[in-house]
Write a protein that binds this ligand. Structure first.
Ligand code: IPE
Ligand code: IPE
Ligand code: MG
Length: 241
């Protein structure tokens, strides 16, 4: 399918679980950190491709709450990657005028790392066209508990909409398509509330080898699916007339 064709039914919001960096490196007899380095540059390439196609929002799962229990050396390597690569990686999106938002409990990150990511958020705050959520120290359950506690403290009774607005992604459209690389078929605590009606796409490729054309394939696959949101085909057809 051509790029023009897939643009017809482009997802507004794509979320990616970037899994498989470690196995990619291991297979090449390299340290896991090499896989993470490779993952960062692949992430930038995919983001540029998606924004060029016309996708409005992207969310990338970079570090989960549970990943914070990884060995100290791996975590230190990941934080160093943020220290050395994050600003320049995000600057490569400048021409798309992307507003960057960190989703997750930033306070769990080292202070200087917090400052780096917050600096990028501040710098891109003026952009209104496109959005990028970088999930760092993110866990969906923790996000929900935080939101519910905020409501309790405010003495508020929640609705589906108000709960949605209290999440880190408040005000954004829900993801239409969730892609996971790295062969596993699970969500690993990612956007559980937001993905209630997302289409899921799993790739056997490890993240560093997930190319632009693989993203194109995922979008093509998405564009051929029928989303019913609980209704019948007939009802959906009438709504779309
Ligand atoms: C995903 O790759 C990136 C992070 C979780 C930081 P992994 O590090 O989980 O790679 P595998 O799954 O071990 O191959
Ligand atoms: C999910 O990958 C988290 C990220 C990609 C950041 P994991 O490698 O942590 O997931 P599990 O542990 O295999 O479920
Ligand atoms: Mg993994």
């Amino acid at each position: 399918m051509s790029e023009n064709k897939i643009i017809e039914r482009l997802p507004k919001h794509i979320a990616i679980i970037m899994d498989g960096n470690g196995r990619w490196a291991k297979k090449r007899l390299m340290p896991r950190l090499k896989g993470h380095q490779q993952g960062v540059s692949r992430m930038v390439g995919l983001l540029q491709y998606a924004y060029k196609l016309g996708v409005d929002y992207m969310t990338v799962y970079a570090l989960s709450t549970e990943n914070l229990n990884r060995p100290k050396e791996e975590l230190a390597g990941l934080y160093d990657l943020i220290r050395t690569q994050f600003e320049s990686a995000m600057a490569q999106l400048d021409k798309y005028e992307v507003r960057v938002k960190i989703i997750g409990d930033v306070s769990l990150l080292p202070k200087d790392v917090q400052e780096i990511v917050q600096k990028v958020e501040k710098k891109t705050e003026k952009f209104t066209g496109k959005g990028l959520n970088v999930a760092l120290a993110y866990g969906s359950r923790a996000e929900l508990v935080r939101a519910v506690n905020q409501a309790i403290e405010a003495g508020e009774k929640l609705t589906e909409e108000s709960l949605s607005n209290l999440l880190y992604t408040g005000g954004q459209p829900d993801p239409d398509l969730v892609i996971r690389t790295g062969k596993e078929k699970r969500l690993s605590n990612f956007l559980l509330y937001q993905s209630a009606y997302a289409e899921l796409y799993f790739s056997d490729k490890m993240f560093p080898e997930f190319l632009d054309e693989d993203l194109q394939k995922a979008i093509e696959d998405y564009s051929n699916r029928t989303r019913r949101f609980g209704k019948t085909d007939e009802q959906r057809r009438e709504e779309n007339l």
